[in-house]
Every structure is written in structure tokens, then in C-alpha cells.
Design a protein around this ligand. Structure first.
Ligand code: F6P
Length: 335
């Protein structure tokens, strides 16, 4: 069994592959640029693996140079394309993938993606003894062991900008708006965007939704003539999402004017914020250092503004924890 935090004996790496996997996130291109240019600075050859792990399985692999990553730092999406690959979850798929790496002499991988992508990296590395360095690229911010993930800052600012606009019209009409943000398994976008826009309630997958308590609070607010209310719902919240919450509220409070807005994939696109470009650059640069130092199966995180390499295992096993104090604060500030 491979020990995931193990430092390999000094075997130098000359050829690396890079891929983006899972949901794209703004800043992935900045990370690709940083990895490619740092690796080339260290005289490595770099191969871009297209469409995530599918490119590895189907031999969709290109040679990259410094020019391949010109003029991309400001662009959303990922020039390497991305996918969620079912075949890579099978031993046969991974065997095909390994052969494709072997035939080019690729000795190490940088994988930019979320926890599902890290899980794939871990299994692959375990089977074929190939060093994999993860970069946390997800708008959901649901990776333990790092203060930031690439794309969260841009996504949450996109949500905040949209919610501010909705509040204008909600205010003009004295309406209750229920706004759904992304986050199938994680409430960070909901929590941060909700706090930043002064939302009355924030419903997230990590907490039970007490819908009747929300109804009571709305009734009480109506008595006080507080008619403009914003409820932020993460898509994976247990009640089922913004439409379900709206239907329930309309049923219980038929006189309340309720509107729903689902922000959707707008949160995944767009030019990355300065913060996402900077952390992506720092993480990409550090990923190459990790490979050079012989680190094995770690992902690069930033904690207290310092670079860390954390066993992939940690990201895969643990989830970021939502702070209860934040939940308490939301209630107090929205009163
Ligand atoms: O990348 C994470 C994420 O945006 C989640 O917040 C969301 O639930 C999911 O991806 C949506 O995935 P897809 O684009 O495949 O529908």
C-alpha cells in the first residue's frame, strides 16, 4: 500500500501531464498557465490531457509550450476542457489511461478539480505508483485543508452581484424572493453570498431546513411591515431547492408575493477575480515544486496565506465544516 503523504526517493521528473476535471471553475486557466510555465522553466516537458480523465483513457493528449497558455489568465472555463469520466472509475479504463501516459513517458500528473477528481487521482496513483498533485479547483469550496479553492471567489461574487440586483426589484415591489445558488453538496456559496447581501434566511445542505420556523418569522415580519425578504437556497438543500421552498411558502402564506430566481451556471463562468487568478497562480507554481521535491499524492492548499501540501486523502475523507457561529450570526443580522 502506498502511503499518501510519502515523499518519493529522489527520482527526478522530466515529463508531466496536466488536466482539469469535474465542474469547471474560474481560475482553472490561470492554474494551467502557472503549471505549464513553471514546469518549462524547470526544463520539464508538459502534456495537456483534454476533457479530464477521458482524455487520458482515450489518448486525447497534446504537447504544450509557453505559447499554449498565452492570453488565458483572464478567461473563465478551461482551455483543456473538462468532464466527469465514468470509464476512469473502472480498472480497465485506468489501465488504458496508464498505457497512454507510459507511451509518452509521462511520470507525474497535476490534476485541477474537486474532491471527486482527487478521489480518481488517489485510486490511479495507488494502482500505478505515479505521483499525482491536486489543485483544488471548485466553485463549491468544499475541500478540507485549504482556505481557498480556485473559482469560489469569482462564483460567489457573481452570485452577490445578481442578488443585489434582485433586491432592487424585490424592494420596489415589496416581494419575497427565493434565490437558488449552486452547491449540490455544499452551502458555501449560499452562506457567503447570503451574508454579503443581507439575506433573511440561508438554506444549505449541511443543516436541516426548518421551513415552519421560516414561515413563522415571515408572519412576524409582515406584522412589522418588513415585506422585502430574500431567502438564499443552495441547490442541494434538503427541502429540494428554491421552487419547492416557494411552493410550500405560497401554500402557507397565500397573500405573500413570492418570486423564484435560479442563478444556475452563470456562477461557473466569467472572468476570474483577481483573488482567483492569484491563488491559482500560486498553487500552480507550487504544484511543480511538489513534483520536483518528490511529493506523492498531495494537493496544494493555502492556509493562513502559506502554501501547504496536504495528503489527497485528507481532502477526500473530510469535508469543510460550516461554522455554527456564522449560522447564528445570519439570524441575528437579518432580524
Ligand atoms: O462544480 C460544482 C457544481 O457547480 C455544483 O455546485 C453543482 O451542483 C454541479 O457542479 C453542477 O454540475 P453540472 O454542471 O454537471 O450540472
Amino acid at each position: 500500500m502506498v502511503n499518501y503523504s510519502e515523499i518519493m526517493s529522489a527520482k527526478s521528473i522530466h515529463k508531466i501531464g496536466i488536466l482539469t476535471s469535474g465542474g469547471d471553475s474560474p481560475g482553472m486557466n490561470a492554474a494551467i498557465r502557472a503549471v505549464v510555465r513553471t514546469a518549462i522553466y524547470h526544463k520539464m516537458e508538459v502534456f495537456g490531457i483534454l476533457h479530464g480523465y477521458s482524455g487520458m483513457v482515450n489518448d486525447d493528449i497534446i504537447k504544450m509550450d509557453t505559447k499554449s497558455v498565452a492570453n488565458i489568465i483572464q478567461r473563465g472555463g478551461t482551455i483543456l476542457k473538462t468532464a466527469r469520466c465514468k470509464e476512469f472509475m473502472t480498472p480497465e479504463g485506468r489501465s488504458k489511461a496508464y498505457k497512454n501516459l507510459q507511451k509518452r513517458g509521462i511520470e507525474g500528473l497535476v490534476i485541477i478539480g474537486g474532491d471527486g477528481s482527487f478521489r480518481g487521482a488517489q485510486v490511479f496513483s495507488n494502482e500505478y505508483n505515479i505521483p499525482c498533485i491536486g489543485l483544488p479547483g471548485t466553485i463549491d469550496k468544499d475541500i478540507a485543508g485549504t482556505d481557498f479553492t480556485i473559482g469560489f471567489d469569482t462564483a460567489v461574487n457573481t452570485a452577490v452581484e445578481a442578488i443585489d440586483k434582485i433586491r432592487d426589484t424585490a424592494d420596489a415591489h415589496d416581494r419575497l424572493f427565493i434565490i437558488e445558488v449552486m452547491g449540490r453538496d455544499a452551502g458555501y456559496i449560499a452562506l457567503h453570498s447570503g451574508i454579503a447581501t443581507g439575506a433573511e434566511n440561508i438554506l444549505i445542505p449541511e443543516r436541516k431546513t426548518n421551513i415552519d420556523e421560516i414561515i413563522e418569522a415571515l408572519k412576524e415580519k409582515e406584522k412589522r411591515k418588513k415585506l422585502v425578504n430574500i431567502i438564499i437556497v443552495a441547490e442541494g438543500e434538503e427541502f429540494g431547492g428554491a421552487n419547492e421552498v416557494s411552493n410550500y411558502i405560497k401554500d402557507k402564506l397565500p397573500k405573500t408575493e413570492v418570486r423564484v430566481c435560479i442563478l444556475g451556471h452563470i456562477q461557473r463562468g466569467g472572468s476570474p477575480s483577481c483573488m482567483d487568478r492569484v491563488i491559482a497562480s500560486r498553487m500552480g507554481y507550487h504544484a511543480v515544486d511538489c513534483l520536483l521535491e518528490g511529493k506523492f499524492n498531495v494537493f496544494v492548499g493555502i492556509v493562513n496565506n502559506k502554501m501547504h501540501s496536504i495528503p489527497l486523502n485528507e481532502a477526500v475523507k473530510k469535508k469543510q465544516r460550516i461554522n455554527d457561529e456564522w449560522i447564528k450570526m445570519v439570524k441575528i443580522l437579518a432580524s
